[in-house]
Design a protein around this ligand. Sequence first.
Ligand code: SF4
Ligand code: SF4
Length: 343
Amino acid sequence: MTKRELADRILAMLDTREWEELESGSTRVPVNPYNREVLLRLRETADELTGDTDGERAGEIEEKVRRLLDGMWPEEPDAHKYVVAACLILTLLEEKPMHPPASVKYHTEVREGKAVYYCPARVPDGPVCALCLARPWDELEERRREAVSTTEETYGPLSAAVQKEILEAGFGESGVIPVPELRFREEVRKCCEENRCGAYGTSWACPPAVGTLEECRSRTEGYAYLQLFSRAFLLEDSMDFDGMKNAMADFKQTVSRLGKRLREVLPDARILSNESCGRCASCTYPDAPCRFPEELYHSLEGYGFNVSELAGQAGIRYMNGPSTVTFLGAVLYGSPGEEKEGT
Ligand code: SF4
Ligand code: SF4
């Protein structure tokens, strides 16, 4: 079955009057606001749907959700179709978990252009969860434990502790590079100075405020390791500039979350982050000191790092497939001279 055929089947579940009521928010039966949003979104996007979906699974979801609702919510039978429709849209057309991220705080990882969701609220053997494509949280924790244990074997307990904080803050991948192996590239700094990204001289996070390349090198050499981390995001397509902006804001929030966690356990560590700062609507640079020095994360590029080269050295992905964007950052930690070489 094509996605477009399933979309038409779902659109036909409501008649013209019911769609009008849904649009105006005046349905005669209770409709959850998230389900309303999902249904209205389908009306706007149905024409753009491409590819196939599993028709048999659509039938199974519809039957099971209807049966569940008959048992759990018998007093509003006319409201059931709105729930069924939203479940079908989310699971088979949008390929997302059934509940909104704000209510279950699921974790999303993007690999090879596809999102994989892990839900902390998943009920083992729960009838709704069994239909949802979100994966069990234990699976994510197991993957994180394995990654941390591999890092501990190679680089020791401090690197393992940093990686645990990185992954638990919400980043998808991380990898360690001993500081003596880093390359500080004049040509990257030159790109900053030519203002290719438009951020040069606009905040305390970028050159020239971060100091010369030599100053950045000497600051970095005050640590043993750089642990690179990344988070990838799905976009509508490669021209989805709003999606990129939202992804960057989400990435910066995750960096902030990591910053808070690390300040508790490793106050001497330094975080670097992709691109400029962007925390305040208007930066104080250069007229007054940074408003949030504890949350000022210098730009990776401003330190002369070629970010794709760093990703290769750290063994993590720099790109995650078509219509995705990946942002990276790094933690500097440990005392110089204590580095172990990677194996
Ligand atoms: S796994 Fe269960 S709780 Fe989590 S989003 Fe899916 S249906 Fe909701
Ligand atoms: S936190 Fe605010 S003041 Fe400080 S560098 Fe960022 S935007 Fe500028």
